[in-house]
Design a protein around this ligand. Structure first.
Ligand code: PEP
Length: 261
């Protein structure tokens, strides 16, 4: 079994304000202080990145600072957008690319997501490529085709040497923010199939080193069972990441699962 350290990210989405975000960051930082065996990241809204970075720094935390989105070009006349260099300047170490809300609410397509992944990895930052099928696609039995396509296109022209900065998040759209979680076996099946797709593109050794995390209504009571699956290397957490105690419990579950695999 390759040594894949579990990763847990807290996607705050368009929630919190400067005060509540700061309180949340302090609660998470203090809560995970003595937890080894898991990489933790928080993804605050853009306006609060520097505030949260200062809190993480002041507390000597190893929590990574994440951004929820990036623009695909390096600079220029792109009103309202944020570049890789700007994010790096604010201390961002990891970026979400192709989150389902960006795909399905904002309308991002696979090709655009690929440009964002390329821009992120090229700039030396870690990227989380989010993939996952809709309910209709699952009901039609097309989940494997959809996930394989999103991985294949999302990673087009990405050299294997950049993979050490890549995480894939499997997030079935029907499970995000709905309270419905994939069963551990459904998650395992999808993760295994995503790893098979990675192996087709990069070979089995490289595929075995990539962390594949699960997202979709992960709460403290289900986290341990999902993270126990052999191809599930942690989670991307939305709603439950807004409560420090819940998020810390989920991080602990991931840390424990890593030791037992
Ligand atoms: C997410 O935002 O990536 C997510 C999985 O949200 P939730 O945990 O609320 O379903």
């Amino acid at each position: 079994m390759p040594d894949r350290k579990p990763f847990v990210g807290g996607n705050w989405k368009m929630n919190t304000n400067r005060t509540t975000g700061s309180d949340l960051a302090r609660g998470v930082t203090d809560g995970v202080l003595n937890i080894d065996g898991v990489d933790v990241a928080v993804f605050p809204p853009f306006p609060y990145l520097l505030t949260i970075r200062a809190i993480l720094r002041d507390r000597g935390s190893s929590i990574r600072l994440g951004a929820q989105n990036i623009y695909q070009s390096a600079e220029g006349a792109f009103t309202g957008e944020v570049s890789a260099n700007m994010l790096k300047d604010c201390g961002v170490q990891v970026v979400l690319c192709g989150h389902s809300e960006r795909r399905h609410v904002i309308g991002e397509k696979d090709e655009l997501v690929n440009k964002k992944v390329r821009q992120t990895l090229e700039s030396g930052v870690e990227a989380i490529l989010c993939v996952g099928e809709t309910l209709d696609e699952r009901l039609a039995g097309h989940q494997d085709i959809v996930n394989a396509r999103q991985v294949r296109t999302g990673l087009a022209e990405i050299p294997g040497s950049w993979l050490e900065r890549l995480i894939v998040a499997y997030e079935p759209v029907w499970a995000i923010g709905t309270g419905k979680t994939a069963t551990p076996q459904d998650a395992q099946d999808a993760h295994k199939q995503i790893r098979t797709q990675l192996a087709k593109q990069y070979g089995p050794d490289a595929a075995n080193r990539v962390r594949i995390i699960y997202g979709g209504s992960v709460k403290p009571d289900v986290a341990a069972d999902i993270f126990a699956m052999p191809d599930v290397d942690g989670g991307l957490i939305g709603g439950a990441s807004l409560n420090a105690a819940d998020f810390v419990t989920i991080c602990k579950a991931a840390a424990t699962s890593g030791r037992s695999k």
